[in-house]
Design a binder for this molecule. Structure first.
Ligand SMILES: O=P(O)(O)OC[C@@H](O)[C@H]1O[C@@H](OP(=O)(O)O)[C@@H](O)[C@@H](O)[C@@H]1O
Ligand SMILES: [Mg+2]
Ligand SMILES: [Zn+2]
Length: 182
């Protein structure tokens, strides 16, 4: 039985994003309904993983200890909603890095496939930026755009991978996914 998996972008999908980056736990604020939506996925038997570009580390805006503190807050708040994220994949490199892991490169998604020992064909991958969707599509995952964070701008700019559904937010995307599953 293949693992039921959903891949989430972080900033602009789970929490509010900022053009000044999310640099501290205080700046990490969940988008209403997102934590509950992750808990609903878990209750429906889905494992949820994160794939996030964190160039703020490479830019020297915050260090790994601070990134871990931000994720500690995320895990704690999620737990209070009965939800959990099973694995975090992040690219800490600067925006101009030629690393394999910075979205739209699919390196993080390749890691996810390895870690969970599965292909990502059709695995829902929810993001607010075009690069999230492109990285997902590169691995045959199902890109899903939400209009929170940079999503409205992403939608307006166009060029989405073919068959990318669009939802107002993570809660709406999850509602749709779970309605399909039943
Ligand atoms: O949405 P995810 O991947 O979870 O994280 C995005 C963040 O790492 C930051 O990514 C930056 O992009 P550049 O890294 O400067 O291109 C900017 O878009 C920031 O506004 C944003 O907070
Ligand atoms: Mg984002
Ligand atoms: Zn990287």
């Amino acid at each position: 039985m293949p693992t039921k998996l959903v891949i989430l972008d972080r900033d602009g999908v789970i929490n509010y994003d900022s053009d000044h980056f999310i640099k501290t736990p205080d700046e990490w604020k969940p988008i209403p309904g997102s934590l509950e939506a992750i808990a609903r996925l878990n209750q429906a038997g889905y494992r949820v993983v994160l794939a996030t570009n964190q160039s703020g580390v490479g830019r020297g805006l915050f260090d790994m200890a601070m990134l871990n503190a931000i994720h500690d807050k995320m895990h704690k708040l999620l737990g209070q909603h009965g939800g959990r994220i099973d694995a975090l994949f992040y690219c800490p490199h600067a925006a101009d890095s030629k690393c394999a892991c910075r979205k739209p490169s699919p390196g993080m998604f390749e890691e996810i496939a390895k870690r969970f020992n599965m292909g990502l064909e059709g695995v829902p991958a929810i993001g607010d930026s075009l690069r999230d969707l492109q990285a997902a599509a590169a691995m045959g995952a199902q890109p899903i755009l939400v209009k929170t964070g940079k999503g409205e701008k992403t939608l307006a700019a166009g060029g989405l991978p073919e068959n990318t559904p669009v939802f107002d937010d993570l809660a709406a995307a999850v509602k749709h996914l779970l309605s399909q599953a039943s």
